[in-house]
Design a binder for this molecule. Structure first.
Ligand code: HEC
Length: 212
């Protein structure tokens, strides 16, 4: 019987420690996190685009977590500063990702703001990046003989539009591109360098005056 009690007690302690380390401590660390001033909530179109991003598995090849300079050259690659917890305030679920078959996308809206480029690249990545191993997403587009009134057509590099046809993005493709364009964590997050307290410079000048 004594052994069973020890076993049960050991299991409880192990579970308690694991819960403290993996649930309680992280919660305490991030519970007071506020969204940085520069971060805007997603619009409903961007949220629909985000759902398309999840549904198509973009997260399996693209991270959304540029690392600090001491961990890797992400900033030199143009992927932006290391993210902070507040950058993810509106990200539910977060799409941090763990594989980087393609580049980090946390700041793709800054590095590539062009809607035409994004649409064309989703339709056929090889049209813009020869040899790209990113899959094409042709089912996010309609290939038709002629665009209907109000529909926009893709402006692809020569040779990529099916002959005699036009390529029209579906609403999913348009929302996905809005989401990609919204990925911008380039606002500053650190408080500005502390400046000398006002009056600190004036203090020495004031002294002789007080002495006289
Ligand atoms: C099999 C892995 C893979 C998947 C899945 C994938 N990509 Fe990519 N992606 C890449 C690779 C590799 C590149 C770099 C070559 C290129 O630009 O085509 C890339 C490049 C990109 C770029 C340009 C990045 C830059 O810095 O220029 C964007 C934007 C992008 N992908 C978006 C997406 C979206 C949106 C999805 C989902 C619909 C997706 N990718 C799915 C592999 C992938």
């Amino acid at each position: 019987m004594e052994n069973e009690v020890k076993l049960a007690a050991g299991a409880m302690v192990t579970l308690g420690l694991a819960t403290a380390a993996l649930v309680v401590l992280p919660y305490i660390q991030v519970r007071d996190v506020h969204p940085p001033e520069g971060l805007k909530p997603y619009t409903s179109a961007e949220l629909r685009g985000r759902a398309t991003y999840i549904a198509n598995g973009c997260v399996y090849c693209h991270t959304q977590q540029p690392r600090d300079k001491s961990f890797g050259p992400d900033a030199e690659r143009g992927w932006g500063r290391a993210t902070v917890p507040g950058d993810y305030t509106y990200d539910r679920p977060h799409l941090l990702g763990s594989m980087r078959t393609g580049p980090d996308l946390m700041n793709i809206g800054v590095r590539q703001p062009s809607k035409d480029w994004h649409l064309g690249h989703l339709y056929q990545p090889r049209a813009y990046v020869p040899g790209s191993i990113m899959p094409a997403y042709p089912y996010l587009f309609d290939v038709k003989d002629k665009a209907e009134a109000g529909e926009e057509t893709l402006k692809l590099p020569p040779g990529f539009t099916p002959p005699g046809k036009v390529v029209v993005p579906t609403p999913e493709a348009l929302d996905l591109v809005k989401y990609l364009q919204s990925l911008n964590r380039s606002y500053p997050v650190l408080p500005p360098e502390p400046r000398e307290a006002p009056g600190a410079a004036a203090a020495p000048a004031a002294k002789p005056a007080a002495a006289s």
